[in-house]
Design a protein around this ligand. Structure first.
Ligand code: HEC
Ligand code: HEC
Length: 254
């Protein structure tokens, strides 16, 4: 019983059944594909293979945090892991309390010195000179603490992320505390006596001229360096810390 335009009810049923069967088969195949895809991912996502794949991309991992403000863990994941992850070249392996015990016993300051300056097969800053000293300091504390030490991880350089960016660093770092310390350990070498024409600490006339363009401009100039003034005065910490040293000198030369 058919007409010219359509199919017999029997035929319609057959077509419908065909469609349903096709859908079931297609869904089954898709499901299989999806699960096998998932299995492959699960294998690839083991810790070792992930860290192995992250290694060449270490720099980009590091840049997830603002340079200068990366946590100890971020620095470890980006740089130190390439040796300390597996204990390459005789390096104390991450999380290995027995390997780290004698190292930790040397004290945090010695470990930090060795991490910053290098120690036998341990390259200075783990070979990544873009790390700031305080980032390395945090990485040392992070690794040592994961192996049983209880070192305080030094605070971020850039208190407030904007300090590391182009925004003028606010006085988030206290000139009377941090600035004074930096002055007394770095800037004092030239600015106390006025070596090579450096504006002398406490010399109002000398500083008044320097400070005319405003602190932001002065910081820019001093960051780049100016004649006998080395870039950042040779200070290797963050911009915010450097700024606090300028503020300290300026505040005491008014
Ligand atoms: C190229 C490989 C390599 C990289 C990368 C590396 N280290 Fe090391 N590290 C070593 C080796 C090797 C030693 C052991 C040196 C020795 O005891 O002779 C070591 C030792 C150390 C020690 C112990 C020093 C001591 O006095 O016993 C510290 C702390 C340390 N590394 C920190 C770091 C930090 C922080 C990073 C990342 C910023 C890092 N390392 C990246 C190879 C590396
Ligand atoms: C090696 C010597 C030396 C050290 C160390 C040094 N300075 Fe200077 N600084 C100079 C000299 C020299 C000048 C003057 C440069 C000129 O005008 O020719 C100067 C100028 C400056 C100025 C004025 C820049 C301007 O705009 O005129 C600032 C600010 C400054 N230093 C900050 C610092 C701070 C902060 C530190 C420590 C973190 C530091 N300096 C460490 C030698 C030094």
């Amino acid at each position: 019983m058919s007409n010219e335009n359509g199919m017999a009810p029997g035929q319609i049923v057959k077509v419908l059944v065909g469609i349903v069967v096709f859908l079931v088969v297609a869904i089954t195949l898709l499901a299989k594909l999806a699960t096998s895809g998932f299995n492959i991912d699960a294998e690839v996502m083991t810790n070792e293979s992930v860290s192995a794949r992250l290694k060449p991309a270490g720099e980009s991992v590091a840049s997830d945090g603002q340079p200068g403000s990366r946590s100890g863990e971020q620095v470890f994941q980006a740089v130190c892991i390439s040796c300390h992850g597996a204990g390459l070249l005789g390096s104390p392996k991450f999380g290995d309390a027995a390997a780290w015990g004698p190292r930790i016993a040397k004290g945090y300051d010695t470990l930090l010195q060795h991490a910053l300056g290098g120690f036998n097969a341990m390259p200075a800053k783990g070979g990544n000179t873009t790390l700031t000293d305080s980032e390395v300091a945090r990485a040392v504390a992070y690794m040592a603490n994961k192996a049983g030490a209880k070192f305080a991880e030094p605070k971020s350089d850039a208190s407030g992320a904007s300090a590391a960016g182009s925004a003028p660093a606010s006085a988030a770092v206290d000139p009377e505390v941090t600035g004074k310390k930096i002055y007394e350990s770095v800037c004092v070498a030239c600015h106390q006596a006025g070596v090579s024409g450096a504006p002398k600490f406490g010399d109002k006339a000398a500083w008044a001229v320097r400070l005319k363009p405003g602190l932001d401009e002065v910081q820019k100039i001093a960051t780049k360096g100016l004649n006998a003034m080395p870039p950042k005065g040779g200070f290797s910490g963050s911009d915010a810390e450097f700024r606090s040293a300028i503020e300290y000198m300026a505040n005491h030369s008014k």
